[in-house]
Ligand binder design. Structure first.
Ligand SMILES: *[C@@H]1O[C@H](CO)[C@@H](O)[C@H](O)[C@H]1NC(C)=O
Ligand SMILES: *[C@@H]1O[C@H](CO)[C@@H](O)[C@H](O)[C@H]1NC(C)=O
Ligand SMILES: *[C@@H]1O[C@H](CO)[C@@H](O)[C@H](O)[C@H]1NC(C)=O
Length: 189
């Protein structure tokens, strides 16, 4: 069973205070009306450009990503700025997967940075934008830094337990990315 994330957010009703990460700005929305930021970072023993390729090869997510278990491209290929994608997310709820529609905000192979934002249903309850950035730590090591900031688009409060689940899902995704990149790196060596 799948439900859209919009619906999911609309059923929560307690207060949000102690996110683990401070609020981080995103390119489209900045920090205004931000509710919280879910973030994760991890050092990966693989070059930044390889990890960036894995991160932006959305069609292969089902092979390695245990949080975003599938990505469907809803617009004309290839994946590019403005592309609409449907993510299938596991692990936010025990009994069913959820989906969220996302739009690619920017893809920068030069800066090994990819950004996508929540594709807002109307009327929007919540906005969110996710930045994934790889920084090179030399020829065969990189630092993966990822954050997603959620914004209040209507009067709405997000449940603290959902925050915690999102944070742990993003941490898991970072570990999955590390495992994938390092296994490809080993195969190559
Ligand atoms: C990495 O994540 C931790 C929380 O897990 C945070 O405290 C730290 O500031 C982050 N580092 C960077 C460079 O974002
Ligand atoms: C969630 O999606 C994954 C991957 O498609 C699938 O293996 C799993 O059975 C799904 N879980 C539920 C509860 O539907
Ligand atoms: C890469 O980062 C630099 C410095 O932050 C910025 O000026 C440039 O516009 C970025 N390039 C792309 C393609 O986003």
């Amino acid at each position: 069973m799948k439900i859209v994330t919009a619906l999911l957010f609309s059923i929560f009703a307690s207060s949000a205070q102690s996110a683990i990460c401070p609020i981080l700005s995103t390119p489209s929305y900045g920090t205004k009306d931000a509710i919280f930021t879910a973030c994760s970072n991890i050092t990966i023993d693989a070059p930044a450009d390889l990890v960036y390729k894995i991160l932006t090869d959305f069609d292969s997510y089902h092979e390695w990503n245990t949080f975003v278990v599938n990505v469907e491209l809803l617009s004309t290929p290839p994946y590019q700025v403005g592309s609409r994608m449907r993510f299938t997310d596991a692990n936010l709820f025990p009994l069913f997967n959820t989906t969220s529609d996302e739009i690619i905000t920017s893809l920068s192979p030069e800066n090994t940075t990819a950004v996508w934002r929540y594709d807002i249903p109307t009327p929007a309850l919540i906005l969110a934008e996710h930045v994934s950035q790889l920084t090179s730590l030399g020829e065969s090591q990189s630092f993966y830094n990822s954050w997603e900031t959620y914004y209040r688009a209507a009067s709405l409060l997000v449940d603290i337990t959902l925050q915690e689940k999102l944070i742990s899902a993003f941490e898991q995704q970072g570990k999955d990315l590390k495992q994938r990149a390092e296994s490809l790196q080993t195969t190559k060596a």
